[in-house]
Design a protein. Sequence first.
Length: 424
Amino acid sequence: MQEPAGVSQLVEHLFRHEAGKMVATLTRICGIEHLNLAEDVVQEALSRALRTWPYRGIPENPSAWIMRASRNLALDVIRREKIFRSKEAEIARLMESSKATSAAAIFSEHEIADDRLRMMFMCCHSVIQPEAQVALALKTLCGFSVTEISRAFLTSEAAIAKRLTRAKQRIQEAHIPFEIPTGDELTQRLDSVLQSLYLLFNEGYKASSGEKLVREDLCQEAIRLTELLAQHQAGNQPKTHALLALMLLNAARLPAREDDQGNLLRLEEQDRTRWNQAMIARGMSHLRESAAGEAISEYHLQAGIAACHATAVEYQSTDWSRILSLYDRLMEFDDSPVVALNRAVAVANVHGPEAGLEAVRDIRDREKLDSYYLLYAVIGELEMRLDNREAAAEEFRKALELAGTAPERVFLSRRLESCAMENI
């Protein structure tokens, strides 16, 4: 008998890395109107693995076992449904491959990759609300549960379930084709796909709430899907490579963002020997690929900023002047208060904390940051540099009230303590 804990870990791994592929492929075969069926049979196949593998043993090729089980469950439904007559060719192919011993014998890697891309573009169709696009991508492409999605985006399970239901309804009502678009439609939809992947990565890089600051699983899924997109001619564009470079360069710093107790470490406190150099090299490679052509996107500029940090041997050698110039360019694309706040930090590192505070005061639509804890954390840090410790403490208290994760609250509590200690 296999150890149940080991089986559970393997099935969880397969769920994370294989479920999205299976759902996408079965959706192509059964039709997008049967997306729920595809999700259900994959879930049932994984459940069967949990029940049977501890007693029968883990199969030689677990991924192929899950794919075959999912396929057979879908076929059971197909045989009972007359509405699947239009899928006879695909169904016949599935029947003929019933004795296949590997996943490759059923579907080629090229087919599976294309199916995932079709699903990606379908999730990001303009008829689906932007906030629902990311939730749908997490559910169908990444295998996340409604509970996990609700935790990631700081909302209720009921709200996420409603978003998913409405999104699937819109897919059916609008008869969205399960295909990779071309021409103008590709250009328009690709921007939505990139934006969704960017939001997915950002939620992992700095979680909105919970006990963890980082959701590395979200970051890895975003990178995996963006790499898939960049490898296909539909997504092999400079801005895709720029986004991928941005993700890789930022993700390379994840191992050093927290100490052994899970406490947040500032950039200047991080042990740079723990940064993933292989990931930085990949990021720089994609940044070079993004330079093809004359077009420039906000992802290019953000990746350039990330590259300045990733290539600095130590904090003191960071090229803050270049970072500031990149933020100046970025403001031409996105003059949001959050970008302006990040620019203010660069201003402070180039021209001093007083100039940084002035840049914060000059932020357009600053009231939109009233509930953003980093506004007060940044002001607090700049006041500390000016040795205005009472003012800094006041700002850190405001930030502490608004911080969403436990590591952030611990960090801000320590900054408050340092203000008080200096005043004793």
